[in-house]
Design a binder for this molecule. Structure first.
Ligand code: PMP
Ligand code: GLN
Length: 390
């Protein structure tokens, strides 16, 4: 069975959201906004439904959305793409990731990711039958940092693909240009393809700059960039994502994608085409709101006694729960399962983003992740309840 390593068991997000619902806890576990994205974008989907955009879109995605994605990459990053051959619309970033892994890696290939890693990355590697090799991101005072010696040890002749994620879930790290340059050098040395998950590309703080991997010297021709409208426009249930990169790689991914879903979300594709073209102000507004909520949550966690790492991006804060552990609640996984019933707040353990028994799993054993992408009332409730830990 695929995922005998446990990578395809029910996700921690579903488990923790169910526990939050059962206990009435403020859900700072699963990362989804509880405020829907801009009304004008939702109205654009209604218009598309009413005007008859209800049949299969083309398997590569609607021409309007592919053009909008190419326009977005050019305007924001100077990456020029041919929307006909270098852009693929997918059912969320999740499908793009899985199709990319199935298309580009297989048995005998090694796929390198950072660790901790987003759970679908490990599952997609398992589905492809490839071998998962990891490089730790290590908590430091200034944030989580790439272990470069481990990177050099991990990437070698068997490396088919390096899966990057920046801004990074769960750590909130925005990989610095020099860290990405180390990954680029390793990819070039091993002649590996790079798949980069940039779904949080617009959610950065403290002036941190998101550097798209494809903009690094020499990398465009070996990089598949994946993103999604879910995080950028707070419309995670629409599942409109995309992949872009060199035509021959996009063609290979399209060949798989057509038999996963063929296509999806016709009216939402139209609405996101407009959002990507006309929605820059909404992105800035979201980022400002999130920045304020990040400060509130960080301040509350720190005051209560957690050691936190200040995230430069995403909508997550990681916290070391060691001061609250006891014989009965011995680690972060136990803490995350105990907290909702005890004080009414849900989070997720970082162990869920690590391979069992790995060095990172040991180092982050007592850590948990809280999300701040919640409305002010939910966040205020959570903060009030967290104070009970003091
Ligand atoms: N990658 C990362 C790092 C994520 O955090 C998420 C979702 N939270 C996804 C991919 C999945 O994106 P989508 O919902 O568009 O499938
Ligand atoms: N990406 C979201 C998170 O990290 C969860 C998405 C999901 O539940 N599949 O919390």
């Amino acid at each position: 069975l695929a995922g005998e390593d446990g990578s395809t068991r029910p996700t921690i997000f579903a488990e923790m959201s169910a526990l939050a619902a059962a206990t009435g806890a403020a859900n700072l576990g699963q990362g989804f906004p509880d405020e829907d994205g801009p009304e004008w974008i939702r109205e654009a989907a209604v218009d598309a439904l009413r005007s008859g955009e209800n049949q299969y879109p083309p398997r590569r995605g609607s021409a309007a959305l592919r053009a909008a994605i190419a326009g977005h990459q050019l305007r924001n990053y100077g990456i020029s793409l041919d929307p006909e051959t270098e852009v693929l619309v997918t059912v969320g970033a999740t499908e793009a990731l899985t199709a990319a892994l199935l298309a580009l890696a297989g048995p005998g290939d090694e796929v390198v990711t950072l660790e901790p890693f987003y759970d679908s990355h490990a599952a997609a590697i398992a589905m492809a039958g490839a071998t998962h090799v990891t490089v730790p991101l290590v908590p430091a005072d200034g944030g989580f940092a790439l272990d470069r010696a481990a990177l050099d040890a991990a990437v070698g002749p068997a490396t088919r693909l390096i899966l990057v994620n920046t801004p990074h879930n769960p750590t909130g790290a925005v990989l610095a240009r020099d860290e990405l340059a180390s990954i680029a050098a390793a990819a070039a040395r091993a002649d590996a393809i790079v798949v980069t998950d940039e779904v949080y590309e617009h959610l950065t703080f403290d002036g941190a700059e998101h550097v798209p991997f494809a903009t690094l010297p020499g990398m465009r021709d070996r990089t598949i960039t994946i993103s999604s409208s879910g995080k950028t426009f707070s419309l995670t249930g629409w599942k409109i994502g995309w992949a872009s990169g060199p035509a021959h790689l996009i063609e290979a991914i399209t060949a798989i994608k057509q038999f996963l879903t063929y296509s999806g979300g016709a009216p939402f594709q139209s609405a996101i085409a407009r959002a990507l073209t006309e929605g820059d102000d909404d992105i800035v507004a979201l980022k400002n709101t999130l920045n304020r909520r990040r400060e509130l949550l960080l301040d509350s966690l720190t005051r209560v006694g957690f050691r936190t790492v200040r995230p430069q991006g995403t909508y997550f804060v990681c916290a070391d729960a060691t001061p609250f552990l006891t014989a009965g609640v011995p680690d972060g996984a136990a803490f995350a399962r105990w907290l909702p019933g005890e004080i009414g707040v849900a989070c997720v353990p970082l162990a869920a983003f690590c391979r069992e028994g790995s060095e990172s799993a040991g180092r982050l054993r007592n850590w948990v992740r809280f999300t701040f992408v919640k409305d002010d009332a939910t966040l205020a409730t959570a903060i009030e309840r967290l104070a009970a830990l003091r």
